[in-house]
Design a protein around this ligand. Structure first.
Ligand SMILES: C[S@@+](CC[C@H](N)C(=O)[O-])C[C@H]1O[C@@H](n2cnc3c(N)ncnc32)[C@H](O)[C@@H]1O
Length: 219
């Protein structure tokens, strides 16, 4: 069962009762998309170059990349943006029809349904690869993405998503200057990032939780 909930910044998300976790932090769903993903991945700065490629790994209802598009277009309305989302559950994609978060570009995200997994709007293209992220990521080109939003369920619930082999794939598809961000500071994820060749650091602390993690190919 997937149930709608309201978080502390008054924005909505969903609770997956089967998994026992929500899709965003209870301290604020939209706040998390901005402060744990768009800002640490330096989306505004990267948008100045005129082109930005984002891997929204574990797409859910798409808040992280939709927010990043808002930030990028605010900085550079002419920016070309490519978003690839990885998600294995058509039901959560369908749930986007039930919400209207305060993210301007989300009105376009509502074109995404379980039967329509891509759209293009001006210079922005968004495409979801439906399936197990550990497999679909293998379709992606190496050295391609400027930012990776790494947002699976927690290491406690889904340790297999925090495995070295998936971080190796992230490393493979990241450009040399790319930044990967995740909400978790768990040791399991951080150690496996290192094993995959990534260098990690504390990301921002939002609400009362610990810091997130940012990782790059360089020190
Ligand atoms: C924490 S939620 C992501 C929230 C999302 N980033 C957002 O802004 O809405 C984790 C997501 O991972 C998806 N997921 C779980 N296992 C997966 C797998 N093996 N491959 C791809 N996606 C998976 C879940 O369906 C869920 O949508």
């Amino acid at each position: 069962m997937i149930r709608k909930i309201t978080t502390a910044d008054n924005t909505e998300t969903f609770l997956n009762e089967t998994v026992g976790e929500s899709y965003h932090s209870q301290t604020g769903a939209v706040e998390e998309a901005l402060k744990k993903y768009a800002i640490p991945c330096k989306i505004a700065e990267k948008a100045k170059s005129g082109k930005i490629r984002i891997l929204d790994a574990f797409f859910g209802i798409g808040y992280n990349s939709a927010m990043a598009i808002d930030i990028a277009l605010k900085e550079n309305p002419d920016c070309e943006i490519e978003v690839i989302g990885l998600e294995n559950d058509p039901e959560i994609i369908q749930k986007m029809q039930e919400i209207d978060p305060p993210i301007a570009f989300f009105t376009h995200y509502k074109k995404l349904t379980k039967d329509n997994l891509k759209f293009k709007e001006g210079k922005v293209s968004v495409k979801i690869l439906l399936g197990d992220a550990r497999e679909t990521v293998k379709q992606l080109s190496e050295n391609h993405f400027d930012a990776v939003f790494f947002d699976p369920f927690s290491p406690k619930t889904m340790p297999e998503m925090w495995d070295t082999s998936l971080f190796e794939q992230m490393y493979r598809v990241m450009s040399d200057s790319a930044i990967l961000a995740t909400y978790s500071c768990a040791r399991l994820g951080r150690e496996n990032m290192s094993k995959a060749g990534l260098f990690y650091n504390d990301g921002p602390t939002v609400g009362r939780r610990g810091p997130g993690t940012v990782a790059t190919k360089w020190l």
